[in-house]
Design a protein around this ligand. Structure first.
Ligand code: 5GP
Length: 118
């Protein structure tokens, strides 16, 4: 079982514009912004606006829309960063590496022979 959604998590504050972010895409249900500690150039985060802590409590319709945006963003960063591939990741609960508790997908352009930054 996971904890409840915390309205004061950092991405909730970004969604409310209480903390600045570099937004690159937005629609009625989704926001995309640059990761502040990119693991490679073009590392972006895709978030549903609907409050969910992670995959476990996400609304399926919201999740479906979000993954469609992830696909668009993967194509966009591949093109924009002339990437050879795109890494997509998503963490649920601290045991799996989640540190910010609003559901998000990492989308990271990758180049042959170039390692991710730690
Ligand atoms: P995760 O929960 O997926 O393990 O990691 C959260 C991600 O959010 C990390 O890649 C981290 O660099 C990013 N992050 C944390 N705080 C901020 C912030 O205030 N602004 C932005 N743009 N990204 C953040």
């Amino acid at each position: 079982t996971s904890a409840a959604y915390d309205d004061n998590n950092i991405f909730a504050k970004i969604l409310r514009d209480e903390i600045p972010s570099h937004r690159v895409y937005e629609d009625d249900k989704t926001v995309v912004f640059m990761d502040v500690m990119p693991q490679a150039p073009g590392h972006v985060l895709v978030l549903p606006k609907a409050p969910s802590r992670n995959i476990f409590d996400a609304d399926p319709a919201s999740l479906s829309h979000t993954i469609t945006v992830v696909q668009k963003v993967a194509n966009a960063v591949k093109e924009a960063f002339d990437a050879d591939g795109v890494f997509i990741a998503q963490f649920n609960e601290p045991a799996a590496g989640q540190t910010v508790f609003h559901l998000h997908f990492h989308v990271i352009p990758r180049h042959e022979g170039v390692a991710l930054k730690p």
